[in-house]
Design a protein around this ligand. Structure first.
Ligand code: C5P
Length: 227
């Protein structure tokens, strides 16, 4: 593990990726969004027509998948660029089809053990801010600081809908209704529950009534007070 290692976990829409990226930038740490890794495997499974209930096939797929997450060279609002076998799938992994498939794909131990090993390797490269569902409890149990971000289902859905509106535009037929987003997040919360582990020593930060900058400030204080 690198000198500094901050784990941020939380459900979909809790703000963990936006907050995690800001903190990593502020401190000059590597930012690792583990959700993107699970999404890339789900994308590949759909692309190669692999049964998403077949854990062994998915494990093999994850093993031979050449997924790369790198610093973005395109300024279109992306936090990073995701490529698989050289193809840019940064936005495709955000599609409704992938979002639908990702939780069942990530529920297989064969997939998890492989990605967890890769995530640990990344944390050995230097200081990191790593975001996900099980980072503090499973991936990096020795993390210097473990944060668990929460928000109500309605607030999380509202944020995700606002993001989609911003990216897709109001008149885009691909823009889901707020109700559809609520249903989707609820469905993912249900499937993800088993892998949604809160470390015993995690600090819960409630984000319903806090802006991104306020959450960043709260976490910065927590980290500074600990050092
Ligand atoms: O964070 P994001 O919504 O992109 O994550 C997509 C999905 O990947 C989650 O719903 C969950 O099923 C899975 N995931 C996981 N463990 C992680 C990160 C993500 O199981 N550490």
């Amino acid at each position: 593990q690198g000198p500094h290692c901050i784990a941020i976990d939380g459900p979909a829409g809790s703000g963990k990726s936006t907050v995690g990226e800001r903190l990593a930038q502020l401190w000059g740490y590597l930012y690792v969004d583990t959700g993107a890794m699970y999404r890339a495997v789900a994308w590949l499974a759909l692309h190669e027509d692999i049964d998403i209930s077949d854990g062994r096939a998915l494990g093999e797929l994850a093993q031979r998948a050449n997924v790369k997450i790198s610093k973005p060279e395109i300024a279109d609002g992306r936090q990073y660029t995701v490529t698989v076998h050289g193809r840019d799938i940064t936005w495709e992994i955000r599609s409704p089809a992938v979002t639908q498939a990702v939780s069942p794909v990530s529920s297989h131990p064969e997939v998890r053990s492989l990605l967890i090993a890769q995530q640990r390797k990344m944390a050995e490269q230097g200081s990191v801010v790593m975001v996900g569902r099980d980072i503090g409890a499973v991936v990096l149990p020795d993390a210097e600081m473990k944060i668990y971000l929460t928000a109500s289902l309605e607030e999380r859905a509202r944020r995700r809908h606002a993001e989609l509106l911003e990216r897709l535009g109001e008149h885009n037929p691909a823009l889901p209704t707020l109700e559809a987003v609520i249903k989707d997040i609820q469905r993912r919360d249900d499937i993800d529950r088993d892998n949604m582990l809160m470390a015993k020593d995690a600090i819960v930060v409630e984000t319903d009534h806090r802006s991104i900058s306020q959450v960043v400030e709260v976490i910065t204080h927590l980290v500074e007070n600990r050092r």
